[in-house]
Design a binder for this molecule. Sequence first.
Ligand SMILES: Cc1cc2nc3c(=O)[nH]c(=O)nc-3n(C[C@H](O)[C@H](O)[C@H](O)COP(=O)(O)OP(=O)(O)OC[C@H]3O[C@@H](n4cnc5c(N)ncnc54)[C@H](O)[C@@H]3O)c2cc1C
Length: 480
Amino acid sequence: MRVSEQGYGNASGRDEDPVVVVGAGPVGLAAAAELLQRGIEPLVLERGPQAGAAVAEWGHVRLFSRWSEVVAPAARRLLEARGWADPDADAYPTDSCPADSRPTWAYPTAAQWSDGYLRPLAAALGDRVRVDAEVTGVARRGRDRVVDAGRESEPLTVHVRTPHGEERITARAVIDASGTWHTPNPLGGDGLPAAGERNAADRITHHLPDLSDPELRRRYAGRHVVVAGSGHSALTALIGFDELAAERPDTRITWLLRRGRLGDTFGGGAADQLPARGALGDRARAAVEAGRIAVETGFRTDVVERDDHGRLSLATVDGRRVSDVDEVVALTGFRPDLSWLSEVRLELDTTLQAPVRLAPLIDPNVHSCGTVYPHGAAELAHPEPGVYLAGMKSYGRAPTFLAMTGYEQVRSIAAELAGDTESARRVELTLPETGVCAGSGLADLQADGHAGEQPDEAAGGCCEAPAETTETAVPARAAR
Ligand SMILES: Cc1cc2nc3c(=O)[nH]c(=O)nc-3n(C[C@H](O)[C@H](O)[C@H](O)COP(=O)(O)OP(=O)(O)OC[C@H]3O[C@@H](n4cnc5c(N)ncnc54)[C@H](O)[C@@H]3O)c2cc1C
């Protein structure tokens, strides 16, 4: 039995059992590739009908990351050994186009990410990836979370729901890379649905609409659309609706932010080391400054009412109101679904619901530039040996997660599970800066100086790690 430095480790894992990876998203598949290359057999369980099922649901969204930033190193090795045609190489056969001046189309859409990378990766992993297999629980075999006795000698069991019935799978370890896509935050300012929010569900969406879809375009054209949230998804939505309004000037856009002022909502612009992320903020800022988007800051929705004409009215506790609303696009971030992890002993931060050693690095209430650095097994360990949260889910309610962060997490976890502690502790990634490095974190201050809105997913306002975070940090692309 090997126990890690924190006293946590793969205490009861048996080598003959697979490491179960929950979710065949970018991070789960990267975990499987890392494990395989360490000689450990992975079993990826995906609830959707295909690998990358969640990513496919926002397929129309263009990433702010380039191909090279969303392909995991271990996955690349696996794919290249099978003759995979790197989509990035297809797009840029010469060095004549410097990375930073590449045009918008150089960034894949989520659908292209899925088709050009995630699905081939899943195919390369073969029957180690099972779809239509939803994990409904993880526990120590025969022991609920309270029981100490015999706990160390029992393996983990994973409860799975499939179209053919229920299954129990014995696991050497479990890497939960199930993301947060299916659990968006409600519109309500207190984190619970606003009064009337559920009744207005037919007028409220929590996902970025695909405005290239004629039917959806018709739904929003000429309407009063409210966009709530301050993350990248909200900025993307605002730009999309602004373009729609150029075509249909009777379209009205109102932007609701919980934070007290716009502050660094638009991100770091040209200073953002991910240029597409910076450009997004610049375009949204231009639309706001031109007066095409009405902005309501400090707006914490408490009530959603429907008038006699079926239109909505959104009100705050202090009586502010936005009326005559036809459609609400609530992009107020995501939260982790921890319900099926109730029987394992997790150590989660009370605020962020992220692993306790990771949380201080990503807490938007307190952190500023230089405090977020790439991390791995040490920061992601729990009192329950062999259980890790990775990927988007590991950030709990914190924003700014990048796929490359998740790839480094699972590289480190796979090394830890293989007993290579030295590699597990080594940092093999440098994260790009957002270009917003002054003052507080993303939880912007209100006019009265109090912390404002809990920022949304992928908000990217502040802050990723500095370009070189530790002496051992090397650029991601040169890591291997
Ligand atoms: C709109 C948007 C744009 C983004 N743009 C970028 C970008 O440009 N660059 C970047 O680096 N990052 C970006 N991100 C952030 C992040 O990299 C992605 O969200 C990424 O998909 C996270 O990968 P993941 O594997 O952690 O989770 P997911 O992609 O969500 O994958 C999790 C998988 O687990 C499955 N699953 C869930 N529950 C279960 C269960 N109980 N049992 C079995 N399977 C389950 C899901 O169906 C899903 O397929 C963006 C995120 C969003 C939402």
